[in-house]
Design a protein around this ligand. Structure first.
Ligand SMILES: NC(=O)c1ccc[n+]([C@@H]2O[C@H](COP(=O)([O-])OP(=O)(O)OC[C@H]3O[C@@H](n4cnc5c(N)ncnc54)[C@H](O)[C@@H]3O)[C@@H](O)[C@H]2O)c1
Ligand SMILES: O=C(O)C[C@H](O)C(=O)O
Ligand SMILES: [Mg+2]
Length: 612
């Protein structure tokens, strides 16, 4: 009765989309082994009979809620975070809906296990903990069949088959995947080259597209490009599962990446390529090369820049200043550091009307060899924009000039920054003297120690809070507990400025608009949307960003802003009204929710579940 009513509907709304039945010819054990369709104990009596599940599972029928209670209890029994992570990976392999329902319902607790910081351990211990491969492993020695390998993933991907005339998805296009998350594992978090284990950063980022933005998990492909590794510990491990060869560089590397990108363009036209944790020498270069060729995005450059800009906008709301008023020291002038500088610099131009040169002059960037100076022959890429005139530092005091390089403390003393950003992987580099010196000259120091995982943070927020008498406005890359304000005794909640707060929404907006690219304007629109929901807007003692646990709500706002901007720029490829409600409804209809949909038997289905 209910089903007939649904079948009669030709248009689905966001509230009815999950009632649309899925058709399949799989039965019995084969159905239970398909993680997308498997409901385990939640198969109804009727489904058990129709699909011959009776006999394969115990008698009692359990709801998704009850299944979550059991799965959560099992999760809690795992003795360490890395084993909890492994448990979640297995659950994802068995029952996709239950996995995402559990994670989405307890995002606050699950995120640090599924994602940063535990994902760092999962990556580095990949070969030891391996059970079953998830994702796509493209290895250099088998490059000759790369296209067939990708095609084989497309063939194996689950495709919903709906009753005739029904379609619930803006993503229901001809191409098999909407998002491809790819790493070459050279710069995983702050832990460097991790070889084939990098697949776990791709699968983890993919899981956050789902749990954090409702992207359909079956339309994301997670990839590792295994070109060898320079990590000696991996070579020494007899269980290492990747290509045991020194990391391939130069022309052969470029050729392999190019082959990959061209295959994606051909096989999955219009899909968004999300670059993750590429090494310093390749990240910006590849982004620049492929931006004009297909929709692509570098999470460490653009995602990190975006979340840091949103946190900065929130902070200057508290300090009642402008972006253009800031003096910003960036410590660690690599992929993320330069991404952040570029994003804030471009916003100074766009929002405050500064010239590019004026905006560049607001930054002092420090890398391994000290402050970046124009005379430094090793400057690369964006570093040139921010390198300071050697003249400038000649006036700095004698004590400074006696040292070969200008270090962080020297720069902080001379520049009196309003804002200090860490992307250096240099744990505890923001020491007491640095922080206290900074705090002498500015009422509300803005301090973003963004290195991950937790052990690499440039300063523990509790210390930064204490050394500034609770005046610091802090955001970190990994999750931290609240810090006590030493004066008022109140808890100060630390904003987690992890790109995970924004990349899911940016990606969702890009695919929901079927956009031909992810433009600067679309990213800035997403940043503004995120900044507009900052708790610090209402209360200056509140965190600078919304809690990462609320990312799904944030993603909808970010995605809506991205879609609107894409429509304004003429890069969107959808036919809806450019009004906020229509855009939100359009996105919601396409969002995947972790709920069991009714199943219908489809006898003539050729390969069990695919409509392709
Ligand atoms: N919060 C986030 O969302 C986020 C996003 C991306 C990266 N990160 C973190 O930022 C860190 C850097 O990542 P990346 O991708 O930019 O790496 P990267 O290798 O591209 O850049 C690191 C830079 O720091 C420099 N550096 C190393 N030691 C230094 C020292 N002692 N003093 C000054 N500079 C030093 C390196 O020379 C390099 O230029 C990592 O820990 C990563 O996890 C955080
Ligand atoms: O993965 C993260 O937690 C954020 C970021 O992409 C990083 O590389 O550190
Ligand atoms: Mg990263």
């Amino acid at each position: 009765m209910h089903r007939r009513f649904i079948q009669q509907k030709r248009f689905q709304s966001s509230s009815t989309k999950n009632l649309i039945p899925i058709r399949t010819s799989l039965k019995g054990a084969a159905l239970l082994q398909q993680p997308v369709l498997n409901k385990g104990s939640a198969f109804s009596r009727e489904e058990r009979e129709v699909f011959q599940v009776d006999g394969h599972i115990p008698y009692d029928v359990h709801s998704l809620e009850k299944q979550m209670v059991r799965a959560y209890a099992q999760f809690k029994r795992q003795p360490s975070n890395i084993l909890k992570h492994a448990f979640l990976a297995s659950l994802r392999d068995q029952n996709q809906v239950l996995f995402y329902a559990l994670v989405s319902n307890r995002l606050k607790e699950m995120l640090p296990v599924l994602y940063t910081p535990t994902v760092g351990e999962a990556v580095s211990q990949y070969s030891d903990l391996f059970r079953r491969p998830i994702g796509c492993f493209l290895s250099l020695p088998t490059a000759h069949s790369m296209k067939e390998q990708l095609q084989s993933h497309a063939n194996a991907a689950f495709r919903y088959k709906y009753p005739p005339g029904m379609k619930n998805h803006f993503l229901d296009q001809d191409r098999p995947f909407d998002i491809v998350v790819v790493t070459d594992s050279e710069g995983i978090l702050g832990i460097g080259d991790q070889g084939v284990g990098g697949i776990s950063i791709s699968t983890s980022k993919a899981a956050l597209y789902v749990a954090g933005a409702g992207v359909d998990p079956n339309r994301i492909l997670s990839v590792v490009l295994d070109v060898g590794t320079d990590n000696h510990a991996l070579f020494a491990n007899p269980l290492y599962m990747g290509y045991k060869h020194v990391r391939t560089r130069g022309v052969a590397y470029d050729h392999f990446v190019h082959q990959f990108m061209m295959n994606i363009k051909e096989l999955f036209p219009g899909a968004l390529v999300h670059f993750e944790d590429f090494g310093l020498n390749n990240a910006a270069r590849l982004l620049e090369t492929y931006k004009p060729v297909l929709p692509c995005f570098n999470d460490d450059i653009e995602g990190t820049g975006a979340v840091a800009l949103a946190a900065t906008m929130s902070a200057i709301g508290v300090t009642k200043s402008n972006l253009a008023d800031q003096r910003i020291v960036v410590f660690g002038a690599g992929t993320a550091g330069m991404g952040i500088a570029n994003q804030i610099r471009d916003a100074m131009v766009e929002i405050d009307g500064l010239t590019l040169e004026e905006a560049n002059s607001k930054f002092w960037c420090i890398d391994k060899d000290g402050l970046l100076l124009k005379s430094n022959p090793k400057l690369q890429g964006s570093q040139h924009d921010y390198a300071r005139d050697d003249e400038e530092v000649r006036d700095w005091n004698r004590e400074i000039q006696e040292q070969p390089n200008l270090r962080l403390l020297d720069v902080v003393k001379a520049v009196k920054p309003t804002m200090l950003v860490g992307c250096s992987t240099n744990a505890r580099a923001f020491n007491e003297e640095v922080i206290r010196t900074m705090a002498e000259h500015v009422e509300r120091p803005i301090i973003f120690p963004m290195s991950n995982p937790t052990s690499l943070v440039e300063v523990d927020p509790a210390d930064a809070n204490e050394w500034t008498d609770g005046r610091a406005l802090i955001a970190t890359g990994s999750p931290f507990p609240p810090a006590k304000n030493p004066i008022t005794g109140k808890d100060y909640f630390i904003a987690e400025a992890n790109n995970a707060l924004i990349y899911p929404g940016l990606g969702l907006g890009t695919i929901a608009s079927r956009s031909s690219k992810m433009s600067k304007g679309m990213i800035l629109a997403g940043v503004r949307a995120l900044a507009s929901v900052s708790p610090a807007l209402e209360d200056p003692d509140a965190p600078l960003l919304p809690d990462l646990a609320g990312v799904r709500k944030v993603s909808l706002q970010v995605a809506a802003a991205v879609v609107k901007q894409a429509m304004e720029e003429g890069v969107a490829n959808i036919n809806i009204k450019k009004d906020d409600d229509a855009i939100i409804e359009h996105i919601k209809v396409g969002m995947w929710d972790p709920v069991y949909r009714p199943l219908e038997y489809e006898p003539e289905d050729s390969n069990g579940y695919s409509s392709k």
